[in-house]
Ligand binder design. Structure first.
Ligand SMILES: NC(=O)c1ccc[n+]([C@@H]2O[C@H](COP(=O)([O-])OP(=O)(O)OC[C@H]3O[C@@H](n4cnc5c(N)ncnc54)[C@H](OP(=O)(O)O)[C@@H]3O)[C@@H](O)[C@H]2O)c1
Length: 314
């Protein structure tokens, strides 16, 4: 099975589609989290108003967790909460509004959660801007949404995470990051022609490369830090940002539940997975494929980390 699993991963189309999910899932029955694994635990999910995030919230509730949906839009968040409550009448779901690309919103959100317990944070909010757009504090929007806001929020939540008996922080990256080299010296994508898909891949590359560094940084708070990618998933985000890709892949795209599976598994499985790794379909995966993006060296990773720290205002 391990050989087949690796072959699917390297074959990309087969592995990232629902075919890869189905083949791998056939070997998982013994690997599912226990039925009430998240009882007594609070799971914060960003980007919970759509697609994979809403499915992560549903999965966490199904395992007995209390879920805090983080969204930007009250109506969309209310709709997701109503749907979750209709499916699970005793679900414990609350809503917090906040734009993950805006440091003021992030700080406000953290302040509102200061008296709460937080055991798991899933940084799932994602965006692929068509043109170069900046966050309120002047950073390229996909960087701000995928990297700066999530790191800032986690830093602000460290007291609660440190108080948890088993804190876990999960970054939702993308297989698209395999095509991008770490943009050393230009994390804000100021030079070169701007393309949304490129900006997206670059920011997801940065996000993924920061995971081992963050795992070290947050080790004192006993946080398990993970990066992951969900495969190719049929969501409103794909329909809107990559309509041709969505149509070409059609039924091969995963369902939102399949895309959410590894995030829920990382949040709930025991023993807890090792920190600082990159995951897909419940297994650690390489962060680089040499033919696509080469190998990242430690000096470049550290240089980008210093820029990220400054840009995140930390
Ligand atoms: N679908 C795929 O094939 C695929 C593949 C690889 C990786 N991913 C990753 O998976 C995650 C979820 O993607 P999806 O396909 O489910 O996309 P989606 O349907 O577009 O959902 C994206 C979610 O992120 C939220 N969001 C965007 N910018 C935000 C911000 N600044 N602050 C707070 N929330 C924000 C959106 O909120 P609003 O409702 O307010 O817009 C929405 O809830 C993303 O990180 C994406 O990059 C997806």
């Amino acid at each position: 099975m391990k050989l087949l699993d690796t072959a699917l991963d390297r074959a990309v189309v087969a592995g990232y589609s629902r075919v890869g999910y189905r083949v791998r899932a056939a070997s998982w029955p013994d690997d599912d989290p226990q039925s009430k694994a998240l009882t007594g635990r609070t799971v914060v999910v960003t980007g919970a108003t759509s697609g994979i995030g809403a499915a992560i919230a549903a999965g966490a509730l199904a395992l007995g967790g209390r879920v805090i949906l983080v969204g930007r839009d009250r109506e969309r968040a209310d709709r997701v909460r109503a749907d979750l409550e209709a499916r699970r009448p005793h679900a414990r779901v609350s809503i917090e509004l906040g734009d993950m690309s805006d440091p003021h919103d992030v700080d406000d959100l953290a302040a509102r959660l200061a008296e709460d317990s937080v055991d798991v944070v899933v940084h799932n909010a994602g965006v692929m801007p068509r043109t170069r757009t900046e966050s309120p504090d002047g950073h390229e929007l996909s960087l701000a949404t995928h990297v700066l806001g999530p790191i800032r929020l986690t830093e602000r939540l460290l007291p609660q995470l440190a108080a948890s008996s088993d804190a876990r922080v999960i970054f939702m990256s993308s297989g698209g990051m395999y095509t991008a080299v770490l943009p050393v010296g230009d994390i804000d994508y100021r030079s070169g022609e701007y393309r949304g898909a490129r900006a997206y891949a670059r920011s997801k590359r940065i996000q993924t490369e920061m995971v081992p560094i963050l795992a070290e940084r947050w080790a004192d708070a006993s946080v398990m830090t993970a990066g992951m990618h969900p495969g190719w998933v049929d969501t409103p985000g794909v329909a809107q940002s990559l309509p041709r890709f969505g149509r070409a892949m059609g039924p091969l795209l995963r369902t939102a539940e399949q895309g959410a599976d590894t995030a829920i598994w990382l949040a709930a499985t025991t023993p807890r997975p090792p920190t600082g790794r990159f995951w897909h379909d419940r297994r650690p995966r390489p962060m680089n494929y040499r033919l696509l993006s080469g190998e990242t060296n430690e000096a470049d990773r550290r240089a980008v980390w210093n820029d990220v720290l400054a840009a995140a205002g930390l």
